[in-house]
Design a protein around this ligand. Structure first.
Ligand code: AMP
Length: 585
């Protein structure tokens, strides 16, 4: 079968880092990749040292590491030396507070410069970083900080008051809250000023020796059942961040890299902090939320060369049309990539028209820590395909039987996307949940939970999730967490949540609710339940829509059949109903 193809283009600025896919795969080894980094001078490996200090030691201290664009028009520049000294100060501040190696430092903030300093300083102190999404409501924040045993939180005053203060008394182990924007008399009780702590701290810090296998990052991700899972990543992950940044995003030392991901999600750390810095490039950070015209202006004025964004934003840009793009001089833009949800083929074709170059879709997930499948700069693109595995990564389509896994070698067979474990940014566990972790592996494969196909030339095509997880505007949302919050409402007897297709966000969260006796399914109650969910969960996670039902369909063992609700909502075949016990109809 001949696929519609966008042929690779001659690039400005010479050959891409990965000039020939086949040659790169044949010659690749993770040992060689490790050798691209320096390692700590006294032995060991530390993400912050590879991202910042080693560039200063090599004489690049004056190079621009981070340019921050504030909402109010302020521009702040940080050289690699600045970042080294500020992160030393943060690490000293942690030590002065008595925070020990391995303890967890949580970040809850938008894109403010302090977040980047705190992340790097946390790793230098040998502590574990756990970034949270600042649009979460108080409950998801509390739940994750409790599961992760948070000792330190870096946040802002407004976020603290709204999302932490309501439950702070329930979490005595949270010893220190550092506020980035409050000082002196304005500080709420039991908080500290981050600025003051940084000013008091010294410029010199000997990085706490961390081994490649020491925990560095705790990224929470949602599950279909039960509590969120804390995916554990180690310092060695930096090898994969660095190499995938170089090969899949084509980052070079003279690049201006703009990763628009929120710093509370894994992309915001792996490619919004680590990979551009390990590659010696300049990280561009824009504090503002999405606005297409503003983004084009940033791309133009900041001479962005590498741009990593997501399908929801791309679809919003498409709505404005290509004309809006043509008003700007984007000649510096060399490589554009997308991740997090399926990128429609039309969006790839549109970007070719609007920007004169395509978005390169790539695939990965919290558990993989870094890009696994990508459309590389040197490769022809098949719009709608996620691309081919990164050199060093073995991917397959498999079928899961009872206890075994069979690779499906026929082109375009639908099965679960599986990866051969062993790459450096592979998660090393779900915190305190070994059984859940072990369930992700079978027959020597890591099973991703995604359904996909592989064509005869080795390109992978996303089909859907194998489970009930919802992807809304790029955010992975576990139905169970949303259902639990709905169940807390006094009128709700049962709740089930599905992802409903949405032209812009990919999916929107929709809830089905059965009421307790004595409550009537009317508009004021619907609004009240929606408001309750929004307050508990935050607007990004709460349902947009609620349908009332007399009963929800259940299996004989009492499990609500979300799939059936979804099939009915979409007018799709209802599938196997042999386990259906009670029904809504
Ligand atoms: P997260 O762990 O939040 O990063 O979400 C990972 C999930 O997002 C994957 O398992 C996929 O379901 C989805 N995803 C990520 N990248 C892509 C992509 N390029 N195309 C389709 N789905 C994607």
């Amino acid at each position: 079968m001949a696929w519609p193809t966008l042929h690779k283009q001659a690039q400005s600025g010479g050959d891409p880092n990965l000039a020939s896919y086949d040659e790169a795969c044949a010659s690749f080894s993770w040992d060689n990749a490790r050798a691209e980094l320096d390692g700590l001078p006294g032995g060991g490996l530390n993400i912050a040292f590879e991202a910042v200090d080693r560039h200063v030691r090599r004489g690049h201290g004056d190079r621009l590491a981070l340019r921050w664009l504030g909402k109010d028009g302020t521009v702040r520049d940080f050289s690699y030396r600045d970042l080294m000294l500020l992160s030393n100060r943060f690490a000293n501040a942690l030590r002065d507070l008595g925070v020990a190696k391995g303890e967890r430092v949580f970040l809850l903030a938008g894109r403010i410069p302090e977040l980047y300093v705190a992340a790097l300083g946390t790793w230098k102190a040998g502590c574990v970083l756990s970034p949270l999404f600042s649009a979460f409501g108080p409950e998801p924040v509390r739940m994750r900080m409790a599961l992760g045993d948070a000792r330190v939180l870096v946040t802002t005053e407004a976020l603290y008051r709204k999302k932490v203060l309501p439950w702070r008394d329930q979490m005595p182990q949270l010893r220190h809250v550092l506020l980035a924007d409050a000082e002196g008399d304005a500080l709420p009780v039991r908080t500290l000023s981050l600025d003051h702590a940084l000013r008091q701290a010294g410029n010199d810090f000997a990085i706490v020796p961390t081994a490649a296998g020491d925990m560095a990052l705790l990224h929470f991700t949602s599950g279909t059942t039960g509590r969120p899972k804390g995916a554990v990543h180690v310092h060695e992950a930096v090898v994969a961040h660095h190499v995938t940044g170089r090969l899949a995003l084509d980052i070079r030392p003279d690049d201006r890299v703009w990763c628009t991901a929120d710093p509370g999600w894994v992309t915001g750390t792996s490619y919004g902090i680590i990979a551009p810095l390990t590659n010696g490039a300049t990280l561009l950070v824009d504090e503002q939320e999405f606005d297409a015209e503003h983004w084009y202006r940033v791309l133009q004025d900041q001479c962005v060369t590498v741009w990593y964004t997501a399908p929801t934003a791309i679809r919003l840009m498409m709505k404005l049309g290509a004309d809006a793009v043509w008003k700007y001089d984007l000649r510096h833009l060399r490589f554009m990539a997308s991740v997090g949800e399926p990128l429609n083929p039309e969006a790839v074709m549109w970007s070719q028209e609007a920007f004169g170059r395509p978005f390169h879709d790539n695939w990965w997930q919290t558990e993989t820590g870094g890009i696994m499948i990508a459309n590389f700069a040197a490769m022809d693109i098949r719009p709608g395909s996620m691309g081919r595995p990164v050199p060093g990564i073995e991917a397959a389509i498999v079928s899961r039987g009872a206890g075994d896994v069979t690779p499906l070698d026929t082109p375009m067979a639908v099965g679960e996307l599986a990866l051969r474990p062993g790459w450096p940014s592979m998660f090393r566990g779900y915190l305190n949940e070994d059984e859940r972790y072990q369930k992700c592996f079978a027959g020597g494969w890591y099973l991703t939970g995604d359904l996909a196909m592989r064509d005869a030339d080795g390109y992978f095509w996303f089909v859907g999730r194998a489970d009930d997880m919802i992807k809304s505007a790029g955010h992975l949302i576990g139905p169970f967490e949303v259902e639990s919050a709905l169940m807390e409402h006094p009128a709700v007897a049962e709740a089930a949540v599905i992802g409903k297709p949405d032209a812009i966000m990919g999916e929107a969260v929709k809830a089905f609710v059965a009421l307790k006796p004595g409550f009537s399914a009317d508009e004021p109650l619907r609004k009240d339940i929606l408001g309750h969910a929004r307050k508990r969960l935050g607007a990004a996670v709460a349902p947009r829509e609620i349908d009332f039902r007399a009963n929800l369909p259940k299996t004989r063992s009492g499990k609500i059949m979300r799939r059936l609700l979804k099939a009915r909502e979409l007018g799709l075949p209802e599938g196997d109903l042999s386990t259906l016990e009670s029904d809504e109809k």
